[in-house]
Design a binder for this molecule. Structure first.
Ligand SMILES: [Zn+2]
Length: 108
């Protein structure tokens, strides 16, 4: 079961109160694995106070580095597609789509 996702501007959410957490320390274990030490920032009627550790694994590349490390090999993520499965139109396809949506205007 997936829990609802909240956006905390780059911060994670607390597993207990679902409030925002702050990364206190990052321990780099390897170039693709880090441990993030988190503090819950919830300050409700009764502050949560949870602290814990999250593991962050870098799994794949979305955009290639301009300064690649030759020792790092990551799979390249497939290009993102619209949910329809059709390819994302190029910037200059927008006018053609707008005309297709209103074909009666083309008959003028
Ligand atoms: Zn909390």
């Amino acid at each position: 079961m997936m829990l609802p996702t909240k956006r905390y501007l780059g911060r994670g959410s607390c597993p207990h109160c679902n409030g925002p957490t702050k990364v206190r320390t990052v321990r780099t274990v390897s170039p693709t694995f880090q441990e993030h030490y988190l503090d819950c920032q919830d300050q409700g009627d009764e502050a949560c106070g949870w602290r814990g550790v999250a593991s962050v694994v870098i799994e794949r590349t979305i955009a290639q580095s301009a300064r690649p490390n030759p020792r790092i090999t990551l799979p390249l993520a497939a290009p993102r597609r619209k949910p329809s499965g059709l390819p994302v139109p190029a910037n200059d396809d927008t006018a053609a789509e707008a005309n297709a949506a209103a074909p009666e205007q083309l008959a003028l």
